[in-house]
Design a protein around this ligand. Structure first.
Ligand SMILES: *[C@@H]1O[C@H](CO)[C@@H](O)[C@H](O)[C@H]1NC(C)=O
Ligand SMILES: *[C@@H]1O[C@H](CO)[C@@H](O)[C@H](O)[C@H]1NC(C)=O
Ligand SMILES: CC(=O)N[C@H]1CO[C@H](CO)[C@@H](O)[C@@H]1O
Length: 505
């Protein structure tokens, strides 16, 4: 009897690990395909063996990539339940899909990281770039989603416990031009995202919502944060977000609140003057500043980010880290530059291939395929660094016993733990380190770290995270350390962030 109880407790704690280090909010506990099999995407074909579409068509899979580039999709991709998509494993510039949208309806427990979902004018009319109608516990992290023909990222219906964090939701195509609905009583966390260049619904919220540390730029006449408009009851935390008007903006940041919408609001910044200077100020907590919603004084008890930044800090963080940022493509770079015009640049688009976006699906660099003797998706050099066997397909084993499969440990190591964990550390660092985090990603990404040989067991064999945090990361005490000068001897001051990377404090 006693043994049975202990086993149950152990199982419970094993399941309690977050989807990945840095997973936060209502969808943080998504388990993905951890109980299933590993599927390695080996080509950029729209369908068939080795394709992404085939990979996500069955339940219980962890999907990683041996190829990088753009997958041109004809019909919509439909994701099954309990699928993990580890886009950061792709070589080169990583992965995009282009030509149509995706459905995650009923894709319970999904984990989706570092992928670009670019729908475009050729996609199905009246459809979203990402749709979720029904489904429990999902997390989207560092996803760039643009050019929905209906909504861009939309959640509706019986959907529960979903997180979208560190992502870009942008440029809903004309004529609908929508960021998306976030309408469900089951709860959605939106942390550190960029909503940009959508006429309306940036987002439109109804139900349970935690909107913290987001940046909303250049919403159109339809509205920025739309506080529902129906008879249902809504309860939202709206904390430390930054709203910046752009050339298309003609209405205030918050609209359409009514007596059914209760908002706990705190220190949101608003820069309405389109003057090319970042000079927003705190939006006072009057109901009229929030579109007429009912302002409540107690924060709703939703799972919050580990560290909540001020709105100005969140803006810096978002611009440096948001989207599919391991390598930023031209689209995301341009969107970030628009924000940095502080109100001057940004536009209506109805055709992503026309100027100024001039999108080309051939623009992503596919990179070089690595040596992977056992074909389990983890490069030999990384396997040696992790202590796994490069001659045995062991990607679904858990060598270090931390609850993540080996393929997940490797994938997690490629990007570090962005978001709450990192930010907590940042807050406690010296002024010097803090200033490093404000460097734009475009600058630091030039200092890409590189893989090396397999001779030293402590060497990092995979690229360090890109973006502004890159200079702070390395392997503690290892010869692969590439930290900032102030951290030349990190061995005594390292904090373990995940199994393979350490951040210099
Ligand atoms: C991928 O598509 C190419 C071109 O159509 C085809 O030659 C190849 O056989 C496909 N690969 C697989 C694994 O189906
Ligand atoms: C969301 O997750 C929480 C915590 O695991 C759980 O208590 C709650 O029932 C979930 N909500 C729904 C609607 O499933
Ligand atoms: C930012 C943006 O693209 N806004 C446009 C959205 O669409 C309307 C027309 O439907 C334009 O007026 C906005 O400028």
């Amino acid at each position: 009897m006693k043994t049975v109880i202990m086993l149950a407790a152990l199982t419970g704690s094993a399941m309690a690990i977050p989807a990945f280090p840095g997973a936060e909010g209502m969808g943080a506990q998504a388990t993905g395909g951890r109980a299933g099999t590993h599927y390695l995407v080996t080509n950029l074909n729209d369908s068939g063996s080795g394709s992404l579409r085939d990979a996500v068509s069955k339940t219980d899979r962890i999907v990683s990539f041996a190829v990088g580039g753009t997958i041109v999709i004809d019909s919509r991709i439909v994701v099954s339940a309990r699928v993990t998509i580890l886009g950061q494993t792709a070589p080169g510039d990583g992965i995009a899909t282009y030509g149509n949208g995706w459905s995650f309806s009923n894709a319970h427990q999904s984990i989706v990281r570092y992928i670009r979902i670019r729908m475009g004018k050729g996609g199905d009319s009246g459809k979203d770039a990402i749709t979720i109608a029904d489904g429990d516990t999902m997390i989207f992290d560092h996803v760039s989603v643009t050019w929905g023909r209906d909504e861009t990222f939309s959640i509706n219906g019986a959907a529960n416990n979903i997180t979208i964090q560190n992502s870009i939701i942008g440029q809903g195509l004309e004529t609908h031009s929508c960021g998306g609905l976030m309408q469900t009583d089951g709860g959605i966390s939106l942390f550190r995202n960029l909503y940009i260049d959508n006429k309306t619904r940036n987002p439109k919220v109804k139900g349970i919502n935690d909107f913290t540390n987001n940046v909303v730029y250049n919403w159109g006449g339809g509205g920025g944060y739309i506080a529902g408009d129906s008879d249902g009851q809504s309860r939202a935390n709206i904390i430390n977000n930054y709203f910046i008007s752009g050339p298309s903006t003609s209405v205030t940041a918050f609209t359409r609140g009514n007596a059914n919408f209760q908002g706990y609001v705190k220190d949101n910044y608003y820069d309405p003057n389109q003057n090319g200077v970042l000079d927003g100020t705190i939006l006072g907590p009057a109901s009229s500043n929030y579109g007429g919603m009912v302002i409540v004084t107690s924060k709703f008890d939703y799972p919050a980010p580990a560290n909540i930044m001020s709105a100005p800090d969140a803006l810096t963080y978002v611009l440096a880290n948001v989207g599919c940022s391991k390598v930023r493509d031209a689209t995301d770079k341009r969107l970030v530059q628009e924000v940095q015009s502080w109100g001057k640049s940004g536009q209506l688009i109805s055709d992503e291939t026309a100027s100024p976006m001039s999108y080309s699906s051939g623009a992503l660099n596919g990179g070089t395929k690595w040596v992977d003797t056992d074909g389990d998706g983890i490069p030999d050099a990384a396997e040696i660094a992790m202590g796994t066997d490069p001659n045995v397909a062991d990607s679904m084993q858990d060598k270090n016993g931390n609850g993540y499969k080996n393929i997940e440990d490797w994938a997690n190591s490629l990007v570090g733990s962005t978001g709450g964990t990192t930010t907590t550390t940042t807050k406690t660092t010296t002024t010097t380190t803090t200033s490093k985090t404000t460097t734009p990603a475009t600058t630091t990404s030039k200092t890409t770290t590189t893989s090396t040989t397999t001779t030293t067991s402590k060497m990092i064999t995979t690229a360090a995270p890109t973006g502004s945090l890159q200079t702070q990361w390395g392997q503690c005490g290892g010869t692969g350390w590439t930290g900032p000068t102030g951290c030349a001897t990190p061995a005594t001051t390292c904090s373990s962030i995940n199994p393979y990377y350490y951040q210099c404090l």
